[in-house]
Design a protein around this ligand. Structure first.
Ligand code: NDP
Length: 274
């Protein structure tokens, strides 16, 4: 009997992760001989946990909170998008080589363009936040040719740093949230962690228009306060980050197995389950 290839998601905490469910569904759908586990690593022993998994024959990992920055440092090779994001959410092991990739941005872009049917080309995009999630999506968004990417953050200096880092890739402006008062955008993406604490960044109501898509990377049972605020202030379309979660997983699966799984059924199943 052939041995199953083993993959896992590593994080702390990890019990809540939906990745084992998603990848098990992908493996079944594409008839891949693989197993996918959840791996809890002590916060100060990430590197040791990765090495132990690799030595046991593990083929790849997804990396989640709080290890994405440490994973960036652990990788021996990086894709361009991981290098630019300075954060890694996927490892692929080949002998002693550890390839680090970041599939979050590709996942977001596919969810917006393919699943929600909203093209980014020539659109005005507002990205809220300047943490790991925001950094990971900037290059994939810019590669879709928006007319402008505005990066707004509670601490404006961090948004300015991102503007400088990515300036060669497209038209970017940056600042604090209120600096965009009086302007509106086609796509407004909440990549802050405010929704995790049921908080709402201090936003100008003007940023939404009737054709705007308001997208919150956070997902859950109820619309987040950001999505409620967006609807109250005229945004025509609302979406949470469940589709992004499944699409970033599909992109990792593709890197590992060379097959792109269908995502629509998996997203629908998870939406019923939340
Ligand atoms: P980080 O901790 O790296 O960054 C947090 C960001 O949120 C910072 O820009 C911070 O601003 C800002 N922030 C926090 N609280 C507030 C607030 N009350 N008001 C305004 N701004 C605030 O987090 P991540 O980037 O890793 O994650 C961000 C979100 O994205 C999380 O909700 C996470 O769950 C989600 N996510 C979803 C994914 C998916 O697949 N759907 C994938 C990855 C992330 P400041 O710089 O001023 O501190």
């Amino acid at each position: 009997m052939s041995k199953l290839d083993v993959y896992a998601v590593i994080g702390n905490p990890i019990a809540h992760s939906k990745s084992p469910l998603i990848h098990t569904a992908f493996a079944l759908q594409t008839a891949q001989s693989m197993r996918y586990e959840a791996l809890l690593s002590p916060v100060d022993e990430f590197r040791e946990s990765v090495t132990a998994f690799q030595q046991k024959g593990g083929k790849g990992l997804n990396i989640t909170v709080p290890f994405k920055l440490e994973a960036y440092k652990c990788a021996t090779h990086l894709t361009e998008r991981a290098e630019m994001a300075q954060a890694v959410n996927t490892f692929k092991f080949e002998d002693s080589k550890i390839l680090g990739d970041n599939t979050d941005g590709a996942g977001l872009v596919r969810d917006i363009e393919i699943n929600l049917g909203v093209s980014i080309d020539s659109k005005r995009i507002l990205l809220m936040g300047a943490g790991g999630a925001a950094r990971g999506v900037i290059l994939p968004i810019l590669k879709k040719n928006p007319s402008i990417l505005a990066i707004a953050n509670r601490t404006p200096q961090k948004a300015q740093q991102l503007q400088q880092q990515f300036v060669a890739y497209g038209d970017i402006v940056s600042g604090g949230f209120m600096e965009f008062s009086g302007e509106n955008f086609d796509i407004i993406i909440n990549a802050t962690s405010a929704s995790l604490n049921d908080a709402l960044p201090e936003l100008p109501a003007s940023i939404f228009a009737k054709d705007s898509l308001a997208y919150d990377m956070m997902y859950g049972h109820e619309p987040t306060r950001f999505l409620v605020f967006a609807k109250q202030n005229g945004a025509g379309y609302l979406a949470d980050g469940m589709g992004m979660l499944v699409e970033q997983a599909a992109e990792s699966f593709f890197l590992w197995r060379g097959i792109r799984p269908e995502t629509a059924d998996v997203i629908a199943q998870l939406k019923i389950g939340t």
